[in-house]
Design a protein around this ligand. Sequence first.
Ligand code: SF4
Length: 231
Amino acid sequence: VAGVLYPQQVDMVRKKKIRAFQEAMLAWYDKEGRKFPWREGGLTSFQFVLTEILLQRTKAETINKFYPIFFSCYQSWEEIIASGQEHLEEVLRPIGLFRQRASRLYKLALEMLKRKGIFPNDRVELEAIPFMGQYIANAVEVFLFNIPAPLLDVNMARVLERVFKARTLSDIRYDPYLQQLAQKIVDHPRLQEINWAILDHAALVCTIRLPKCAKCPVNSICNYWKSSNKR
Ligand code: SF4
């Protein structure tokens, strides 16, 4: 029937759009991506995971300044435990949410001590670690094991939903559509960079208010931009 797309065609169109999105995002990232010390490589698993926990719900620019202070206090899970939870609260105070973060980090440090600092390369086991959470488990897979997983937070969700389609469930972690879409998008040879590209784009271009659509590298395929131009 003219004008009607069959499921296979829908799938092809979607794949094409995902490819275009990946290419445009990575080309943009190569020119405009943010530089942070934790992106330079050579971090221990302790540093990777701690950095990702610090980055949750805090601007990367804030963590950039705080990063050397934190890692001059702690070099290992053992040092966190030896210094105590109150010390951790004091260290974390300048970046906010310090009580929740200290409690979570301290409990994670206790668990990691039992595990001799080794993260399991198995999703079920990884998720069984208390205080890990879906986002950090994904970060462990990406950075420690090179397994495709999206660093899907509200910022990445905003970009994907604007370009592709809105999720139906309010909790990102359980929305099957968004989870599958994000998974397909980051399944790319430049796994770390595609994740960083989308997060940087969310912070610099596709902002919550007043996104810079006219200068956006994916505006030609973005649903939000198309519908804004129709109004
Ligand atoms: S065109 Fe606008 S809404 Fe769409 S991804 Fe770019 S900045 Fe975001």
